[in-house]
Design a protein around this ligand. Structure first.
Ligand code: BES
Ligand code: MN
Ligand code: ZN
Length: 500
């Protein structure tokens, strides 16, 4: 992990250092402070724009080296397109575009936080800073030959934002930075190799949230046996690494106020078990804990920015391995809820893990709502690709809020159906249910399975198999693990569940 973008703030009138970044709209117009900073270089921009067919479209960039008449050694003009249509996510992208222009090694940059129609808000300004840091992230912990300043080396930048209101920008910077840290924590966890990050080690890393005042409870195998978590324990029984469940609590609001809850699938490695997966791309299954990684990153973000909310994060950590003691197709396990499950396919393990953790949270925590995140099905990628996570919910208000938070944050969700006809497909001839529902509608029957363990609690399930890892690189993510969900759920909490 390299997170070496230093950010500071200066007034609009400051003389730019290093690279100057300025924003224009799709009419190549600049704001007054930017026009002043550019001075006679405005004409240069017009000519370069014409030569480079730069039209100021959102996220497009015009790069001018050694601009005549400017102190700056380089001028990057970033298009903001139609400025009335901009969402917060666009400002993150602007930061990503700017960071993408930096070369490895140290560079200085001054960013004019102004649109043609006036100064950016503090929130918009710091979103650019977040985009810069997210773009600069690189998981290089296991590369022994990295060197700063070389191709593939770490990016280091010293960025000054030229702003209208210094105090407001400085105030908004810290909380946004904590959300970025949360994303980076989630990315690191997803990127870590599975020989390093097994259930106990994952629990140890989650426990580091105690430093921020989060209460962390780790349930070992004995504790889970006592609770009757037979579904989760069945998945882990073929592994030499013992399973864990971790409950994290952040109390940032009134004592006694019902918390919001987030539940994550933490399959540290998914071989498929006895229903073993083919070898091709099996290494990707180190990321099958992307849901749990997101929950840890989110709890970090909420606690570090001292969010005025009571929040619980719960993650089920297992390794799904084939072994003499592994569970078999045909086995029947009893979940904590008392419902029995016939195992048809040991590779449909995520729902078994979540069944017990969802039930635990519904019964013990009694949250306002719970959102689970899971790299649950390959089928969700067939349906939605890598652009949207699949969302399933028993509550229209929660679903609507997630949809909106998705558009604002750029971590998009797409609602999928639930219904009794689908639910029937997981009835079993031997037990209360079976763990797979046949070839068709695989993401839906997986969600129906989960719904049998939420006990009526308002709930949404996000199938993040396509978005948590291996998605195409973007302006703000160049890493395999994306940290998907941290910004989405932080936004959800900030917009609806936090006392202002
Ligand atoms: N972890 C996988 C789903 C997955 C696949 C995530 C590819 C990311 C990339 C999950 O445990 C699984 O194996 N699901 C099966 C379910 C099937 C056996 C009903 C699947 O999707 O094939
Ligand atoms: Mn599986
Ligand atoms: Zn899995």
């Amino acid at each position: 992990m390299s997170d070496a973008v230093k950010v500071g703030f200066v007034p609009f009138s400051a003389v730019p250092r290093g690279t100057l970044v300025a924003f224009c709209d799709d009419g190549l117009r600049f704001g007054p402070a930017t026009a002043k900073a550019l001075g006679s270089a405005v004409d240069l921009v017009k000519r370069a724009a014409e030569a480079g067919q730069f039209k100021g479209k959102t996220g497009a960039a015009l790069d001018i080296l050694a601009p005549e008449g400017l102190n700056a050694s380089r001028l990057i003009v970033i298009g903001a397109g139609k400025t009335s249509a901009l969402k917060l996510n666009d400002f993150l992208k602007f930061g990503g575009v700017a960071a993408g222009k930096l070369k490895a090694g140290a560079s200085a940059m001054t960013i004019m936080a102004e649109l043609p129609d006036g100064a950016m808000t503090a929130e918009q300004t710091v979103a650019i800073g977040s985009g810069l840091r997210l773009r600069a992230y690189k998981f290089d912990r296991y590369k022994t030959k990295k060197k700063d300043g070389e191709e593939g080396g770490a990016l280091r930048a010293d960025v000054a934002f030229a702003v209208a209101d210094l105090a407001a920008a400085k105030k908004a910077f810290a909380p946004a930075g904590h959300v970025v840290e949360g994303v980076i924590i989630a990315r690191d966890l997803v990127n870590e190799p599975p020989n390093v990050l097994f259930p106990e080690e994952f629990a140890r890393r989650a426990s580091q949230l105690r430093k921020l005042g989060v209460k962390v409870e780790v349930l070992d195998v004995k504790a889970m046996q006592k609770l009757g978590m037979g579904a989760l324990l069945g998945v882990g029984q073929g592994s030499a690494r013992p399973s864990r469940t971790v409950i994290m609590r952040w109390d940032g609001a009134k004592k006694g106020e019902a918390p919001v809850a987030f539940v994550g699938k933490g399959v540290c490695f998914d071989t498929g078990g006895i229903s073993i997966k083919p070898a091709g791309s099996m290494e990707d299954m180190k990321g099958d804990m992307g849901g749990a990684a997101c929950v840890v990153g989110l709890m970090h973000a909420l606690a570090a920015r001292k969010a005025k909310v009571n929040a619980v994060g719960a993650i089920g950590l297992v390794e799904n391995m084939p072994d003499g003691n592994a569970q078999r197709p045909g086995d029947i396990v009893t979940s904590m809820s008392g419902q029995t499950i016939e195992i048809i396919n040991t590779d449909a393990e995520g729902r078994l893990v979540l069944a017990d953790v969802l039930w635990y949270v519904a019964k013990r925590v009694k949250p306002k709502f719970m959102v689970d995140l899971a790299t649950l099905t390959g089928a969700i990628m067939v349906a939605l690709g890598t652009e949207h996570a699949g969302m399933f919910s028993n509550n229209d208000e929660l679903a609507e809020r997630l949809l909106t938070a998705g558009i604002e944050s750029g971590e998009k969700v797409w609602r999928m159906p639930l219904g009794p006809e689908y639910d029937k497909l997981i009835d079993s001839q031997f037990a209360d249910m079976k763990n797979t529902g046949g070839r068709h509608g695989g993401s839906i029957t997986a969600a129906q399975f989960l719904q049998r363990f939420v006990d009526g609690t308002p709930w949404a399930h996000l199938d993040i198999a396509g978005t948590a890892m291996g998605a195409p690189k973007t302006d703000i993510n160049q890493s395999w693990g994306s940290g998907y969900g941290v910004r989405l759920l932080d936004r959800l909490v900030a917009d609806h569940y936090e006392r202002k």
